[in-house]
Design a protein around this ligand. Structure first.
Ligand code: BDR
Ligand code: CA
Length: 304
């Protein structure tokens, strides 16, 4: 079992990633935390609760996180993920509620209580994680690694250089990248290669109620490339279950926090300024065909 905390901003690709994580017996999900990102934190929290109810996993605690970035103004991505963040499927009213504790203290408590190091997966901006680093340094030795969706060495999706999760809160990303904790950065360099064709998305519709739900969300998803749709966040879960699909290259990576390049993640690929130091394992390539085949095999053929 892989003990994990998932910090998310569902968001359609977050919802798809969480659906796979909640139904895979290899994960021991200790905590789900929400963050403002694709939509407001009220909505991302509600969406985590809708999904835990959908999969009858109400025992997994959900804690509400940051409502805005550390310093920047908050701007959502509802133009991609719809007003609710999970459009297209009529979810039942959640049977559970968020716990009273905020995301950051819930993460710290979970980590401090852990008997083995926990992998922390983040598929939204890293505001909660940065606050954990700042407020609870004693919890950090209990983190096995951060597996982050975000960043890019090869161009952005919200500016010519910046990826959405880092762009949303570059100050948080800067804190995380400088934390010294083991980091796997799964950015646009691989997620834009790992496309799901429309044929694959259509095939998912036939896989019971979960397949129907995911098909409806993915059909409503506004992020579309010429050859299919990138389910960016799903790559974090895929990496944990099938790391052999990914090529990682170690670099020193800096985050640009100000100016026209704000949100860029810049790797010292030519070893000009980092003097041989590395802070991030960057996913630089993926077996995209294996990812697509793996994806279809993850969808549980369940009925409600
Ligand atoms: C990331 O931005 C969000 O819109 C997606 O959910 C994903 O986490 C991709 O850049
Ligand atoms: Ca996300």
């Amino acid at each position: 079992m892989i003990p994990i905390i998932l910090d998310m901003d569902p968001g359609i690709d977050d919802a798809v990633a969480l659906s796979i994580a909640l139904t895979n017996p290899n994960f021991d999900i200790k905590l789900l935390t929400s963050v403002a990102g694709n939509v407001s934190v009220d909505k991302t929290t509600a969406n985590l609760l809708k999904l835990t109810t959908f999969f009858n996993r109400q025992e997994v605690p959900v804690a509400r996180g940051a409502s805005k970035p550390l310093k920047k103004a908050f701007v959502d991505a509802s133009y991609i993920h719809g007003a609710s963040g999970m459009p297209g499927y009529d979810f039942e009213t959640p049977k559970n509620q968020a716990i009273a504790q905020d995301a950051v203290s819930a993460m710290a408590e979970t980590l401090l209580a852990a008997t083995e190091p926990i992998t922390v997966v983040a598929t939204g901006s890293y505001t909660n994680i940065a606050q954990l680093i700042q407020r609870y340094p004693e919890a950090l030795p209990h983190i096995k690694r951060f597996v982050l969706m975000g960043g890019s060495l090869s161009g952005g999706n919200v500016s010519s250089v910046a990826e959405f999760n880092v762009f949303t809160d570059p100050d948080a990303a800067d804190i995380v990248f400088k934390s010294g904790i083991d980091i796997v950065m799964i950015g646009l360099d691989v997620t834009l290669k790992a496309l799901l064709s429309l044929k694959t998305i259509d095939a998912v519709a036939k896989l019971g109620e979960c397949g129907k739900m995911l098909h409806q969300l993915m059909t409503a998803y506004g992020d579309t490339e010429a050859d299919g749709k990138p389910m960016h966040d799903v790559n974090t879960i895929c990496y944990l279950l099938a790391p052999e699909f990914y090529t990682l290259t170690d670099y020193w990576v800096d985050v640009i926090t100000q100016g026209p390049a704000a949100g860029a993640t810049v790797a010292d690929t030519q070893n000009r300024w980092s003097q041989g130091k590395k802070n991030v394992h960057v996913a630089t390539d993926i077996d995209a065909a294996a990812f697509e085949k793996w994806f279809v095999a993850q969808i549980p053929n369940m009925n409600k």
